[in-house]
Design a binder for this molecule. Structure first.
Ligand code: PGA
Length: 254
């Protein structure tokens, strides 16, 4: 199975623009679903219902955050049950842009627990801020994994996907995408930590995706060495996102 997951962040401006993007990718997304490729789109939350109703047969939907509280008096919060009822089956958690706003590993762990309990599939983002020569980056990612996955129910690892997203490779200020070697090194560390946490058999089934400046040029490399890609900017560009899905289909067959 290969994954192509789009994170729209705060874009586009209107539901209508979202409709146009999904209209343009719908046909290939439907085909991908039959070819062992899971396509997931994570639009802004207020778009979820409208888009979900129209395109649920083509893509899976996800959200970019969720509260760890159940329905209670928490102004502004959105619960797992709410997003489930509005067509989402995925949630992206631990994204560096959320961490930059003050979200801690402890908060992320609580959100993960609530999400998994409520039946959502979790894409947990981990990644170092700086790729240093001394290897502190490995300790940083190991700590994120251990703290975010604390109390994760061992029997629910089927609901977990990890996205390795080095912070320096994410978004428009990115230095560059990670080099394949950098992904491979970190992916080995992630696999080891997962194995210690969940046992080897379960750990080897958890998909590890790459995210950060994925584009039409580098997607093939990443689709081969990773279980798929988490895409920001280019998930809003139908031509590019379609190319990613086609690439995933090709790799899923090999
Ligand atoms: P980018 O973002 O593809 O625009 O670098 C990736 C992400 O934030 O998941």
């Amino acid at each position: 199975m290969k994954y192509v997951i789009g994170n729209w962040k705060m874009f586009p401006k209107t539901i209508q623009e979202g409709v146009s993007i999904l209209d343009a990718i719908r046909k290939v997304a439907k085909k991908a679903a039959t070819q062992n490729v899971e396509v997931v789109m994570c639009p802004p939350m207020p778009f979820l219902s409208a888009l979900g109703e129209k395109y649920a047969s083509a893509v899976h939907f996800g959200v970019q955050d969720v509260s760890f509280y159940k329905e209670e008096a928490r102004t502004g919060s959105v619960s797992v049950a709410h997003v489930r009822s509005a067509a989402a089956s995925y949630v992206i958690l631990g994204h560096s842009e959320m961490r930059a706003q003050g979200e801690s590993d402890f908060d992320i762990a609580r959100k993960i627990q609530a999400a998994v309990k409520g039946g959502l599939r979790v894409v947990l983002c981990v990644g170092e801020r700086v790729r240093d020569a001394d290897g502190a980056c490995f300790l940083e990612v190991e700590k994120q994994l251990r703290e975010c996955l604390i109390d994760f129910p061992v029997t629910k690892t089927g609901q977990l996907r990890i996205a390795y997203e080095p912070v320096w490779a994410v978004g428009k200020d990115a230095v560059a995408a990670a080099a394949p070697r950098e992904f491979n090194e970190m992916s080995m560390l992630i696999r080891r930590v997962l194995a210690e946490h969940f046992g080897k058999t379960r750990a080897f089934r958890i998909p590890i995706l790459y995210g950060g400046s994925v584009d039409a040029k580098n997607v093939e490399t990443y689709m081969h060495i990773a279980d798929g890609v988490l895409v920001g900017r280019k998930s809003l560009v139908p031509k590019d996102f379609t190319a990613f899905m086609l690439c995933a289909m090709e790799c899923a067959h090999k």
